[in-house]
Structure formats: structure tokens, C-alpha cells
Design a protein around this ligand. Structure first.
Ligand code: AMP
Ligand code: ZN
Ligand code: ZN
Length: 412
């Protein structure tokens, strides 16, 4: 090899080392404190509304992404578990907010039914970062996060609190700050903090409402309270803050609904989930009829057999995914006449195509690991997990993410 070729080969090897995961992870210096904040339903473009000055200031001094794509389905539980496992919902086991498993006949998982949802059976297919961190001797604390209210692989965060929607945003911040008041050796090094108000307002009043703007302002004030508290303790400069959402929000309306019972034979099917997406199991003897009805073209809904779900959704291999998967056109819900009686159609929903800009989620990061004033191109939310693992200095488990996607954000 002549000198010129050798130099090119060396440069190529260096480039390769820079873009591969482990090399990037080695370049990230673990910080004494990493705080992962989730603002449920904070659509990426809400940041431009001018109603979230504290988060905007963190973005200006740190980084923000043009968009972070949720994983399919763009719902709360699957995406929160993806954020802390790096696994697409089809691989993490939390395939939907509402699930059934052939190994547990007659049992239906839903977010509100804690006697069922707190059974580790549903969560043990993956290992969230706080479990890996605790096993590695890194102390963790969760101020709410789906999966944190139960032991997974036998482990819970050192500090955690049972989910309580009525526990106010400021109370959540104050509890995190109280945990951080401990002597350094007893302080958590990885903390999660979850806010739900923006999502609730988005469902009730729609993404373009004053209600959402008011919820954004209140949640932003809670983030400001956290920043002020960290500054007062002298912890702000050394903390890495990663602020994300699980998905965006699209406007919905009672007149934009596809009714499954108008299409399917009575008593011939069972919907495991309904809403922006629906998952459907035909009843024995009705397989053909149900397939024919669902797989026919529909004006505002597309259905697939689970094996035929578009590849970009990475969905359909898990036994928990029922035989048919249907997705509403963004803004169009999939319901039954009975389901909307118990649960009236709201003004906003998510769960639609994760690559629709209306489903784009917030990503803002600030701290010693991040650039100042940088804008990160769009990426998939599976990348958050290897980022967090590098920030807290634990080895990431096999996952679907790539830290190299976030090199535009990283200071090194
Ligand atoms: P979604 O139906 O996907 O919009 O879910 C959002 C809702 O999930 C929020 O309004 C919360 O009340 C609920 N939620 C968030 N975290 C938890 C948790 N750890 N346990 C139970 N419910 C939760
Ligand atoms: Zn959500
Ligand atoms: Zn929601």
C-alpha cells in the first residue's frame, strides 16, 4: 500500500470508529447526575409556541431535535418502555396500552388495572435502564415512569412512588429535589420525572387549544422550578438533562370515526385495543369473514395481518400482537358503537403513524455531555436508551438504538 492509500485507510478507520456505537459511547463522559424528563404528549412543534420559556432556554443553551419519532404504536406505555429499554414495543413486550397474551388466557392488561399491569410477567421481556443501573451499583430514582411501580427482574429503583395522577407537577419536582439533598454517596445518579398534564389537555381539548397552551405553561414552570432547585444546590452545571415526549397529538372529532361493528360480523371478532389503532382477534370459525372485511380497502383505516405490517413499524412478531393490526388515518379513530358510549370521542389522540409529523415528540437536552445551541436532525426514540446508558456510565444491553445517530447533539 502506498502512503496515500494508507492515509485514506487510516482516515476511513477513524471515521468508522467515530460513527460506531461503542466508540461514541466511550467519548461520552458520564455525569454525576442524569435526569430524564418525560412530558407526555409534548408534540415537537409545541416548543415554537412561545409558551415554554424554561424549556426553550435549555434548548438554546443545549440541543433540540427537529423531531423525535416515536415507535409504533405511538402510545404512552409502549413508548415509555422503549425510551428506557431501547427496544421497539414489538421486542420490549409492552406492545400496546391494552394487551392480551396467549399464555394468560382471559387476562387483559390495561394501564389503569394495576392488579394486572403490575404483574412483572408483562414487563420481564426487557430490562429497563434503572434495573441495569441498580445491578451495576448506580443508584436510581423514578418520579413516575411506566414500569417503575413494580419489580422487573426482581429489581426496583432505589426511590420510586406509586403512580398518582393527582400528585401535582410541583410536588413531583420537589420530591426529586429532596432526593438530591442527600449526601453525594446517597444521591440518585439517574432520575426520571414524568408530567401528564399536556397529554390530558391534548385529549380533552385538542392540540390547538388554549387548554394545551395553559398545560404547557404550567409544566414548563415545573421544569423551571427544577432548574432553579438544581442551581440552588450547585448541581445544575454538572447535570445532564434529557427532556423527551412519548408522542405528539392530532386533532380528532366524533364525526371522524370508523366503526368496526359496521364492517364485521356480529360476535365474530374481539378488539384487544381500539382508538387511533386497533388490534383484532377473529372468533373461532370467523377467521375468513373477518380477514376479508378488514383487509378490504377502507377510506380512513388500513388493516394488515400481523405478518404484513409495514417494515418501518417494526411490529407484528410478538405473540401479544393479535392477528390483525389496523391503523387509522391520522385524525380518524377506530371504535365500535358500544365503545364510544363508555368512552366518548375526545378532541385529540395519538397512536397514529409514528412518521406523521403530528406524532413527532419533543427532544431537548442540556448539560456537559451536550453541545450548545445545536439542532439535532430527526431520529427514532430507540436512540435515547444508548444515550442514557452512556450518560450514566453503564453498558447498554442489546437494543434497537444507535448512539451514533445523536453525534450532532454530543459535545465530544
Ligand atoms: P395515553 O392513553 O396513551 O394517552 O396514556 C396517558 C395516560 O397514562 C396519562 O394520562 C396517565 O394518567 C397514564 N399513566 C402514565 N404513567 C402511568 C403509570 N406509571 N401508571 C399508570 N398510568 C400511567
Ligand atoms: Zn402519552
Ligand atoms: Zn395520551
Amino acid at each position: 500500500m502506498n502512503d496515500f492509500l494508507r492515509r485514506i485507510a487510516g482516515a476511513a478507520a477513524l471515521l468508522l470508529a467515530l460513527v460506531t456505537g461503542p466508540a461514541v459511547a466511550q467519548a461520552v463522559k458520564p455525569a454525576p447526575l442524569t435526569i430524564l424528563i418525560s412530558i407526555d404528549g409534548f408534540r415537537a412543534d409545541y416548543l415554537q409556541r412561545g409558551v415554554t420559556p424554561s424549556i426553550a432556554a435549555l434548548a438554546a443553551e443545549g440541543v433540540r431535535a427537529t423531531a423525535m419519532h416515536p415507535s409504533y404504536p405511538s402510545l404512552t406505555f409502549p413508548n415509555h418502555y422503549t425510551l428506557v429499554t431501547g427496544l421497539r414495543p414489538d421486542r420490549s413486550g409492552i406492545v400496546d396500552n391494552n394487551m392480551e397474551d396467549p399464555r394468560k388466557p382471559g387476562v387483559a392488561f390495561s394501564m389503569g388495572k394495576v392488579d394486572i399491569s403490575h404483574d412483572p410477567f408483562w414487563w420481564d421481556e426487557a430490562e429497563p435502564l434503572w434495573v441495569t443501573a441498580e445491578k451495576a451499583g448506580v443508584r436510581t430514582a423514578t418520579m413516575f415512569w411506566p414500569g417503575s411501580d413494580l419489580p422487573i427482574h426482581g429489581v426496583q429503583p432505589h426511590d420510586w412512588k406509586m403512580y398518582d395522577k393527582k400528585f401535582l407537577a410541583d410536588q413531583r419536582v420537589d420530591l426529586v429535589l429532596a432526593w438530591l439533598d442527600r449526601p453525594p454517596a446517597e444521591r440518585p445518579r439517574f432520575v426520571t420525572l414524568y408530567f401528564d398534564e399536556v397529554d390530558s389537555a391534548g385529549h380533552a381539548a385538542g392540540p390547538d387549544s388554549q387548554e394545551v397552551n395553559a398545560a404547557l405553561a404550567r409544566t414548563d414552570a415545573a421544569v423551571g422550578r427544577l432548574v432553579a432547585g438544581l442551581k440552588a444546590k450547585g448541581l445544575f452545571a454538572e447535570a445532564d438533562l434529557v427532556i423527551v415526549a412519548d408522542h405528539g397529538m392530532a386533532a380528532t372529532a366524533p364525526e371522524r370515526v370508523t366503526y368496526l361493528d359496521d364492517l364485521l360480523p356480529a360476535d365474530g371478532w374481539h378488539a384487544v385495543s381500539m382508538g387511533s389503532e386497533a388490534t383484532i382477534r377473529p372468533m373461532p370459525g370467523h377467521e375468513e369473514e373477518v380477514a376479508e372485511a378488514l383487509l378490504a380497502p377502507h377510506p380512513h383505516m388500513t388493516c394488515w395481518r400481523k405478518a404484513d405490517v409495514p417494515v418501518r413499524f417494526h411490529y407484528g412478531k410478538n405473540p401479544r400482537v393479535p392477528p390483525f393490526v389496523c391503523l387509522g388515518q391520522t385524525g380518524w379513530l377506530i371504535e365500535s358503537h358500544a365503545s364510544v358510549i363508555g368512552h366518548p370521542v375526545g378532541r385529540g389522540a395519538h397512536g397514529f403513524d409514528p412518521y406523521d409529523p403530528l406524532m413527532d415528540a419533543l427532544f431537548v437536552a442540556h448539560g456537559p455531555a451536550f453541545k450548545t445551541g445545536a439542532v439535532q436532525p430527526a431520529f427514532d426514540n430507540v436512540d435515547i436508551y444508548p444515550l442514557l446508558a452512556a450518560l450514566i456510565g453503564v453498558a447498554d444491553r442489546p437494543n434497537d438504538g444507535r448512539l451514533a445517530d445523536l453525534t450532532s447533539s454530543l459535545a465530544q
